[in-house]
Design a protein around this ligand. Structure first.
Ligand SMILES: [Zn+2]
Length: 121
């Protein structure tokens, strides 16, 4: 991959990470603020279900944050955009659509077919 492309993805991933971390911070503040004002059990039930929803989103976000970190490390190590399975370059188009992709489209398709057949994944 060319240096300008690496710079492009590095900026993209860094911005994405900042956004996610900013939002994660707000979520925590939101939880702390709303809890103080609720004593009604019904409100509490609503709050609990809202909280588990929020936590589920945060779980997903933290997985994404880990992936972004891994991609940024790959950029530093000079192995970003190389398929984990076959070692070929992942296309720029694919990376633009999914900057944290670790597999080329061929390996990803194979993997998805396998998952569909075995029901694993
Ligand atoms: Zn591959």
């Amino acid at each position: 991959m060319e240096k300008k492309d690496l710079e492009y993805f590095k900026d993209l991933l860094t911005q994405w990470l900042d956004e996610l971390l900013g939002k994660a911070g707000n979520t925590v503040v939101g939880l702390l603020v709303s809890e103080d004002h609720l004593s009604d059990p019904l409100d509490r039930a609503v709050l609990d279900s809202e909280r588990s929803y929020t936590l589920r989103i945060r779980d997903r976000e933290s997985v994404l944050i880990k992936k972004i970190h891994a991609s940024l490390e790959d950029i530093e190590d000079g192995v970003y955009g190389i398929c984990d399975d076959c070692g070929r370059d992942i296309s720029i188009e694919r990376l633009k659509a999914r900057p944290v992709a670790r597999h080329c489209i061929r390996c990803k398709t194979k993997q998805e077919e396998r998952e569909r057949l075995t029901g694993v994944g």
